[in-house]
Design a protein around this ligand. Structure first.
Ligand SMILES: O=C(CO)[C@H](O)[C@H](O)COP(=O)(O)O
Length: 225
């Protein structure tokens, strides 16, 4: 199976977690997009969705799915999203698609986090994928120095084909931090959160996934944490 076929398979499998009549939290990225397309096929079963990015909101609306402002929602039963890396405890690196802050917010108010990923995302130790850190633009260099002191090699994310800084939905910049071998994800998440100027770090450890649907050549494997 191709990587897209694996993503589509886990997206289809995630429909099992949709609670009829409810508002569902929806992540960002190529795997989440397959899930949105599956949601579109059963949109009459749900009340609507809370999106983790403007791109996801646009795709949801394209399927005729109502997108709710999180401030107008009391609770979310299920949040479905991809990951850049996930380990055996359900801790993840996220933010490759630049939506880490809103993803973390929606995940934090959701009852169950269902991660959908192709098998290549399951790793023993987090950190081979550069850790995204969203920062207030004026603090980018100051935060970079602190991340270097933590042992990382931060690089400012730029727009494709440009040297201009990429700007997130929230007006932030992203530092992608290479060179980290993350053995204590909870501690590192806390340490980076403490750095003044950090908006959010793409380490989902304190609030990791509850379930991971992993697409492999042998079919969809379900990991529970
Ligand atoms: O965290 C994310 C976006 O900020 C994505 O979920 C993550 O980057 C995985 O994306 P994809 O499914 O395209 O591999």
């Amino acid at each position: 199976m191709t990587q897209d076929e694996l993503k589509q398979a886990v997206a289809r499998a995630a429909i099992e977690y949709v609670v009829d009549g409810e508002i569902i939290g929806v992540g960002t990225g190529s795997t989440a997009n397959f899930f949105i397309d599956e949601l579109g096929k059963i949109k009459s079963r749900i009340k609507g969705a809370v999106a983790s990015s403007e791109a996801t909101a646009t795709r949801l609306r394209g399927h005729g799915i109502e997108v709710f402002d999180l401030n107008d929602v009391e609770s979310i039963s299920v949040y479905v999203d991809g990951a850049d890396e996930i380990n055996a405890t359900g801790a993840m690196i996220k933010g490759g698609g630049a939506a880490l802050t809103r993803e973390k917010i929606v995940a934090s108010v959701s009852g169950k986090f269902v991660c959908i990923a192709d098998g290549s995302k399951l790793v023993e130790t987090l950190g081979k994928f550069p850790l995204p850190v969203e920062v207030v633009p004026m603090a980018a260099n100051a935060v970079s120095r602190k991340l270097t002191a933590l042992g990382g090699q931060p690089r400012l994310r730029t727009k494709p084909g440009s040297t201009d800084a990429f700007v997130t939905d929230n007006g932030g910049y992203i530092l992608d931090v290479a060179g980290l071998s993350i053995t204590d994800a909870v501690a590192l998440e806390s340490d980076i959160n403490q750095i003044v100027g950090v908006i959010a770090v793409g380490l989902f450890a304190r609030r990791g996934a509850d379930v991971c649907l992993l697409g492999t050549g042998d079919g969809v494997k379900k990991l529970t944490f």
